[in-house]
Design a protein around this ligand. Sequence first.
Ligand SMILES: NC(=O)c1ccc[n+]([C@@H]2O[C@H](COP(=O)([O-])OP(=O)(O)OC[C@H]3O[C@@H](n4cnc5c(N)ncnc54)[C@H](OP(=O)(O)O)[C@@H]3O)[C@@H](O)[C@H]2O)c1
Length: 316
Amino acid sequence: MPEKKIIAVVGATGAQGGGLVRAITSRKDSQFKARAITRDAKSDKAKELAKLGAEVVQASVDDPVSMRRAFAGAYGAFCVTFFWDHFSAEREVEDVRNMAQAAKANDLQHVVWSTLEDTRKFVPLSDNRMPTLGGKYKVPHFDGKGEADQIWRDLGVPTTFLLTSFYWDNLIYFGMGPRRGPDGTLAFNLPMGDRKLPSMAAEDIGKCAYGIFERGRELIGKTVGIAGEHLSGAEFAAGLSRALGQPVRYNAVPFDVFRGLGFPGADDLGNMFQFNHDFADAFRGARSVEFSRTLNPELQTFDQWLARNKARIPLE
Ligand SMILES: NC(=O)c1ccc[n+]([C@@H]2O[C@H](COP(=O)([O-])OP(=O)(O)OC[C@H]3O[C@@H](n4cnc5c(N)ncnc54)[C@H](OP(=O)(O)O)[C@@H]3O)[C@@H](O)[C@H]2O)c1
């Protein structure tokens, strides 16, 4: 049997990378083996990945020397950045530069880069429908990733650009679960008007990335968008009502109200939802559910995800 090809996975203890590590280690006949990159090889999460059969390597995306070592001898890499750890698009761009240079130095055959749109190509800074943030962004956690696409191209790294979607897991971890109003009924608050939002189980991102690696060279140089479903706020609420066995109504939050909520990143997320809403045709058009299912035949629907995860959604 030929030796298995190493896929180095950034963010391996997290949502996206973790899904890919599990996709690799759960297939005993896979042509790939997983190298899990973490800043702390001794953490419980890193140990769990080692137990699954992953090689665990310690490195940080902001340390170029460690990244070069972490990618050594690998066939490919899954690369992701961590906006919500530091709230800096500039830092995301620098972290991508470190990863891309490490990929180039090690002559990697295939990188899957988890990216998002540079919204400034749709909403120039002069467009006042939404505020400019940090002096040069509309949606910082999108724009830095989209800007960084060019780094891979300039360095000539064989890259697939993976456009991801809103995680359903945000209902558990990101304060996006339904909230109980003064009348005691639950409301699902989302600033999406009557438009549909591409969204998915975070675990499925890594599984789709696995499908991309499986296709060999076919998707190199291409931008590939993924989603589990495109759902309106009303459809989110209906799914939640069915799963929770109690009525959940959709509350279409105005963009300005969301931007003003005051938590860190509220303005960035408010702009993101307005971008998703105002450019819904392009945003949805870039994320085909059917194509995602060809990459990952186990792609979950919202109902399936809810059946597994409803007990973990905090109801406040
Ligand atoms: N939430 C959404 O709906 C959504 C949708 C699309 C895209 N995204 C994007 O997804 C990205 C985050 O991915 P995720 O959700 O998979 O992350 P995550 O679950 O928060 O996990 C990130 C993992 O990355 C590792 N990490 C953090 N800083 C690192 C560093 N400097 N060097 C190496 N590893 C580091 C951490 O592992 P260790 O502690 O083990 O090092 C952590 O477990 C964000 O940029 C966000 O914009 C989010």
